[in-house]
Write a protein that binds this ligand. Structure first.
Ligand SMILES: NC(=O)c1ccc[n+]([C@@H]2O[C@H](COP(=O)([O-])OP(=O)(O)OC[C@H]3O[C@@H](n4cnc5c(N)ncnc54)[C@H](OP(=O)(O)O)[C@@H]3O)[C@@H](O)[C@H]2O)c1
Length: 290
């Protein structure tokens, strides 16, 4: 941890007194030099925060190059929203990235009908725990995967009807939609468990880089492969993302969804917090508290 100057005040940019900073898996990739769009160095990690601006309790998304793991973070006013009444700062810092990543594709790119079966990989993680809640909210029957019994239990508690280890799901599950933050060899296994007219949503590669997929597999099975990347959508279709934020906050206000804070660490213990995630020992979101 080091002292650096506070971000400069600018028109349209709020300086947020950070009370909690959410950790995203991408932060670990950026730190290890494995993220395809790295920030310019030196950089302060952290793409989501909750805190205070002039007495207002807010949550927000700092610029794409980060800045959240700090006492003060610069956030464009456009990407700053009030923290719902009764929500903690840690919850506020755990909400936007994960829920947007599940909600925008579920509402804009995919069809989830009541009774559809949605398989959520890494169901106990940040994006996974949001995806389970949202798919349930849209009336789907949810099945999850996770690497340990404890995480599978956690996914069931969040609303998954069944939860399996990665080694087992292919035997038990047929799905209309697969939400996949894991990538790697799960991609081909997931395509194989899709029902006709089903879709695989690729979100990330926490478990290994994506393989090449032969279009013949997609065509022959009558299935689809869809990708979603929030960072680029925020730049190119901010209207879509902002509308989704409004809809998600309303769902939180009415109690339909809620971010899950799995662990909180002081800012100085960011290395331990990253380790927890990289060793796959966390559930929900891990948050840093300055
Ligand atoms: N496309 C987008 O716009 C977007 C936005 C946000 C996040 N993401 C991506 O979505 C994924 C999840 O992000 P997150 O921040 O919510 O993280 P997270 O889910 O809290 O943590 C990563 C998850 O990946 C699973 N995992 C599988 N193989 C792993 C491995 N080899 N090493 C570490 N973890 C592994 C872990 O669950 P198990 O132990 O149960 O396997 C863990 O739950 C990441 O790939 C991230 O980059 C994409």
């Amino acid at each position: 941890m080091a002292d650096v100057p506070e971000p400069a005040a600018e028109e349209g940019v709020a300086l947020v007194r950070v009370r909690a900073a959410g950790i995203n898996f991408m932060d670990c990739l950026v730190r290890k030099g494995q993220y395809p769009q790295p920030p310019e160095l030196p950089a302060v990690l952290g793409v989501e925060v909750a805190g205070e601006v002039d007495g207002r309790r807010v949550m927000g998304l700092p610029r794409h190059d980060g800045g959240g793991y700090a006492e003060v973070a610069a956030v464009d006013e456009d990407w700053l929203v009030p923290l719902p009444e009764g929500a903690s700062f840690a919850e506020g810092a755990s909400f936007l990235m994960t829920f947007l990543t599940a909600y925008v594709p579920l509402t804009r790119q995919l069809r989830v009908e009541p009774g559809s079966t949605v398989l959520v990989h890494a169901g106990s993680g940040g994006v996974g725990s949001a995806a389970i809640q949202l798919a349930r909210h849209f009336g789907a029957r949810v099945v999850a995967t996770a690497s340990s019994e404890e995480k599978q239990t956690f996914a069931r508690e969040l609303g998954a009807e069944e939860a399996y280890a990665y080694e087992d799901f292919a035997e038990h599950v047929r799905a209309d939609l697969v939400i996949d933050p894991v990538g790697g060899e799960l991609v081909h296994q997931s395509l194989k468990v899709l029902n006709p007219l089903g879709t695989l949503l690729a979100l990330g590669y926490a478990g290994g880089m994506w393989p090449h997929v032969d279009p013949a597999l997609i065509v022959g099975r009558n299935v689809g492969l869809v990708g979603f990347y929030l960072g680029r959508l925020m730049r190119l279709r901010p209207d879509v993302v902002r509308a989704a934020i409004g809809e998600l906050v309303a769902l939180w206000d009415e109690g339909a969804i809620r971010p899950v804070v799995g662990a909180e660490f002081p800012l100085a213990e960011a290395p331990a917090a990253h380790r927890l995630i990289e060793e796959r020992k966390h559930v929900g979101k891990v948050v840093l508290v300055p």
